[in-house]
Design a protein around this ligand. Structure first.
Ligand SMILES: CSCCC(=O)C(=O)COP(=O)(O)O
Ligand SMILES: [Zn+2]
Length: 221
């Protein structure tokens, strides 16, 4: 489905769009196996979002593999036999703390490699990104540079979500993306297409950081 059709759509169309974006990410190798998850606020509602079901092959999702949750709490609001993504609490932390309308989490190779190098096992860090032309693709107030947070990959996902809520609740100029150490990247935007575009810019920046050995500079939060 074209990204342009996402705006002003019904819930059924949004389910189709989530499945289509998931297949696209899978085909790029950014959602290997069952990894990754995607959500979007449900238009026409104040407080609902759709999110991919947990543990499904992300290259084979259909509109039936989406779960309706409360956008702020992650509570499942329409009875289903599906489980919402195990990482729902990260998505809902972002819906509470930012203006995100759509959130995409992937295990793309270069961002994951940078997350391995920049992250710490037990404390959040900040990865300095500066000078890259592609930073303009993130919609930053100051595209000259930013600091992308890298959170520890706690086994208890709500612990990661608590870091996310703290950081984005307190940091006005934070970028619309985060890394999870040894795990992957999450980006968000006003719709799925913008979230996907931001991921593309960051994956490319991380490729440069990885391949060309440009220094990775971090500091503790
Ligand atoms: C084999 S992927 C491990 C879990 C993960 O990191 C992920 O992105 C997918 O989790 P979900 O519950 O959304 O399927
Ligand atoms: Zn993941």
């Amino acid at each position: 489905m074209s990204a342009r059709t996402v705006k002003g759509q019904s819930a059924d169309q949004l389910c189709d769009a989530l499945a289509a974006f998931s297949r696209q990410m899978y085909e790029r190798g950014w959602m290997p196996g069952t990894s990754g998850n995607i959500s979007a606020r449900l238009p026409g509602t104040d407080d609902r979002a759709l999110i991919t079901a947990s543990g499904r092959d992300k290259g084979e999702l259909t509109a039936q593999d989406m779960v309706v949750v409360h956008a702020a709490t992650g509570e499942v609001v329409e009875p289903t036999t599906l489980r919402a993504s195990a990482e729902t609490s990260i998505h809902t932390a972002l819906y509470r703390a930012t203006d995100a309308q759509a959130v995409i989490h992937v295990h793309s190779p270069y961002a994951t490699a940078v997350a391995c190098r920049a992250g710490q096992a037990n404390r959040p860090t900040l990865l300095r990104l500066e000078r890259f032309e592609l930073l303009k693709g993130l919609g930053l107030a100051d595209p000259a540079g930013t600091e992308m947070p890298v959170f520890p990959n706690w086994a208890e996902v709500p612990r990661i979500a608590a870091h996310v809520a703290d950081h984005y609740g307190q940091t006005s100029n934070a970028p619309p993306a985060l890394l999870i150490a040894d795990h992957g990247i999450t980006a968000w935007g006003k719709d799925l297409a913008q979230a996907r575009n931001r991921l593309e810019c960051l994956e490319s920046i991380c490729q440069v950081l990885t391949i060309n050995g440009v220094g990775i500079h971090t500091r503790d939060i």
